[in-house]
Design a protein around this ligand. Structure first.
Ligand SMILES: NC(=O)c1ccc[n+]([C@@H]2O[C@H](COP(=O)([O-])OP(=O)(O)OC[C@H]3O[C@@H](n4cnc5c(N)ncnc54)[C@H](OP(=O)(O)O)[C@@H]3O)[C@@H](O)[C@H]2O)c1
Length: 289
C-alpha cells in the first residue's frame, strides 16, 4: 500500500532537498506544505489540517532557525520549536502517524572533547538550542510510535541561505575574510540528510521515540570549511583564522559540536559521505565547480 508522507517547512533547505529526491520514491505519496499552506505556529488550526487528509508519516522540517534573532524573539522561537512540536506529537500519537523530527547539535554546550552520543548530557547555550531541546522533550514525553528525532549540525544546501552561500558571496566581493577557527564541528549537506530520512522511513519500528545523530563524516572548523569552499570553487580570497571573541554574536555557539553517528549508521545500515566530498557535490549542483 502506498504510504502518505507530509513534509512541513518544505521550502527550507532540508524540505527542498526532500522535494528534489521525492521523485525517486514512487512508493510514497508526498504532501509538501510551507508557512502559507500549513502555518505550524497557528496552534488552534493545526489539528483541523489533519481532519481533511490522513497521513502515515510526518517529516517535520519546519523550524525557527534564526539562531541570533531567537535571542530577542523568544516567543516565536518557542511556539515553533516547542509548542507546535508538542502538538504535532499529540496529533501523531492520536492518529497513529510516525513523526520524524529534526533537532540540532546546539542542544549541547560544546565542552566535550569526544564526539557527542545521543545519551550525553544536554545543556543548550542559546534560546534556539533551548527551544529545540524543549521540542525534543515534548516528543519523548508524548511518545508517538515509530518516531525519531535526528540531531544534525551545520546544514547547507543549494537551496535557501547558509554558510556556503554567504562565503561564496563574500569571497567574490572581498580580497580577504576573517573566519572563526576555534569552533569545530561537521558540515551536513541537506541532500545527504534527506536521503537518510527517506531511506529510514520503511525501517521505523520502535515503541519509544529514538534520538539519532547525523552529520557528514569528518571534522573541521568554520575556517577550514571556508577554505575548502574557496579552494573547490576557485574563489581567490584569503582566509584569516580568527577567534570567537573577534566575531561576537547575540547567541553563544558551542565550540565543539561533533556528533557521534555510530547509532544511525548501525541501525539503518548507512554509510556517511565525507564532508568535503558532499561539499563538492553541492558546489557542482550550484554551478560553482
Ligand atoms: N540550518 C542549520 O545549520 C541546522 C543545524 C542543525 C539543525 N537544524 C535543524 O534542521 C531542520 C531543518 O533546517 P533547515 O536548515 O532546512 O531550515 P530552514 O531552511 O530555515 O527551513 C525551515 C523552514 O521552516 C519554515 N517555517 C518557518 N516558520 C514556519 C511556520 N510558522 N509554519 C511552517 N513553516 C515554517 C521556513 O519558512 P520561511 O523560510 O518562509 O520562514 C522554512 O522553509 C530544522 O529543524 C533545524 O532546526 C538546522
Amino acid at each position: 500500500m502506498i504510504k502518505s508522507i507530509l513534509v512541513t517547512g518544505a521550502n527550507g533547505q532540508l524540505g527542498s532537498e526532500i522535494q528534489a529526491l521525492s521523485k525517486a520514491y514512487s512508493q510514497y505519496e508526498f504532501t509538501f506544505t510551507n508557512k502559507d499552506t500549513l502555518d505550524l505556529s497557528n496552534l488552534c488550526k493545526l489539528e483541523d489540517f489533519f481532519d481533511s487528509k490522513s497521513f502515515d508519516i510526518i517529516i517535520n522540517c519546519a523550524a525557527y532557525t534564526a539562531v541570533d534573532k531567537a535571542e530577542e524573539d523568544q516567543d516565536k522561537a518557542k511556539i515553533l520549536n516547542h509548542k507546535s512540536v508538542n502538538l504535532l506529537s499529540k496529533i501523531a500519537k492520536n492518529r497513529d502517524i510516525s513523526l520524524i523530527h529534526i533537532s540540532t547539535d546546539y542542544v549541547f554546550d560544546g565542552t566535550s572533547h569526544i564526539p557527542y552520543t545521543e545519551d550525553m548530557k544536554t545543556c543548550p547555550q542559546s534560546v534556539y538550542g533551548q527551544t529545540k531541546l524543549d521540542g525534543e522533550n515534548a516528543i519523548i514525553e508524548v511518545n508517538p510510535k515509530n518516531s525519531m528525532i535526528i540531531r544534525t549540525s551545520w546544514v547547507y544546501s543549494s537551496y535557501g541561505n547558509n554558510f556556503v552561500k554567504t562565503m561564496l558571496r563574500l569571497g567574490k566581493e572581498r580580497d580577504s575574510l576573517g573566519v572563526i577557527f576555534d569552533q569545530v564541528g561537521t558540515p551536513t549537506y541537506a541532500r545527504d540528510l534527506a536521503q537518510v530520512i527517506l531511506d529510514a522511513v520503511p525501517k521505523l519500528k520502535n515503541d519509544s521515540v529514538e534520538i539519532y545523530h547525523y552529520s557528514n563524516e569528518g571534522v573541521c572548523s568554520w575556517y577550514d570549511f571556508s577554505k575548502a569552499i574557496f579552494e573547490l570553487s576557485h574563489v581567490n580570497c584569503e582566509v584569516n583564522a580568527i577567534e570567537t571573541f573577534q566575531y561576537p554574536t547575540p547567541a553563544k555557539r558551542p565550540s565543539y559540536s561533533i556528533l557521534n553517528k555510530s547509532k544511525i549508521k548501525k541501525e539503518f545500515e548507512i554509510s556517511v559521505p565525507y564532508w568535503k566530498d558532499s561539499l563538492k557535490d553541492c558546489l557542482k549542483i550550484m554551478g560553482e565547480i
